[in-house]
Design a protein. Sequence first.
Length: 405
Amino acid sequence: MEYSDVGTVAAWLTEQGLKGASEVELLTGFCISCREFGLPLDRGMALMDTLHPVHEGRAFRWDSQEDIETEFEYGPTGEGSARDNWQRSAFYYLWSGKESEVRRRIGFGDPTDFVMLDEMAKAGHTDFVAMVHRFAKAGTIGEMDCFFSHFTTRHPQGFCDHDLAILRKLVPVLALAIKCIALGRIARTIAEVYLGEDAAKQVLEGKITRGKSERISAALWFSDLLNYTKISDSAPPEEILPLLNAYSEVVISAIHEAGGDVLKLIGDGVLAIFKDEEQSEACRAALRAEGLLRKRLSTLNQERAADGRPTTDVYLGLHIGDVFYGNIGSQERLDFTVIGPAVNEVSRIASICRSVDLNVLMSSDFAAAIPEAQRSGLACIGRYALRGVKRPQQLYTLETARLGG
């Protein structure tokens, strides 16, 4: 590969990075282009930490001959076999020291002291080079503070000095292109985790002007934990956060699986919406989420009871109505959420569950919008005054609903 070819590959990386090509596409295209210009690459790997509530980072691989997994996410590397593998890797060697490059001529007697080098040597690879490109503080987000890569060849003479010089010029461009894509992915992930999938989509599409909103019709969900204050006063402090996480998981996973969007976590409470052009379908989805919740809640309570940990129940209010969906707040701090009388009413409906010993209540509007085939499972419990609402509401429940915990 000639120095004149470097500009061609760098231009391709720049163009593809600006277009939004995936990390796998960037690494694959980079390695194939280098091979076509005479750089004897046979395997490439790129790795970078990310900002994600579950995954610590993402890795991408390419191989000229073997069918390998091209993309994977990895969890925390602080314990167990993950820690052992990380500490035996060339990347850890670079990360924990001051060097930016390490090489092992594994086909010519160099030690195979890093993880996977034995396997690479057996597969016919003769030379291995790993690199780290560190970011300055202004370019760092969370633990995403550097870009790792390694490359190998099966060439009988390994990499020559010219090959390595070419890689040193081109890999920073690859790193920049992949970092550009990774930052977009992080923005989407953080927005979805903290705002909810639909609200995140709205914000990332540019709907961030204060006061900008749209009127929508939606099924509304407001749920809360039974006796949370009592539990938090009596349980050991170290139990409270795991309890909240465990019960939030069963609620939120049920909502998401049924097609809903979680808009707010308010202490132990959850506000969510179900949108559909047909009100009956929005209500059907909310009821499906309620059914999923009860199954998962039962399993969770059995597991926690067996471990001697506190258990509880979730009480739920369901309503349907028009709400304003958009940006509310100040110029310095905005929230993308729903407002309107229906939002206040659904929280009031949920609060009545405790006084009537039922774990789900729904408004007459919600009950009327339910598909007719599902109405046979409803029971009217009478008219109730909702705090702050002028007119009493006729409330309904499911015949199977009873509070427990």
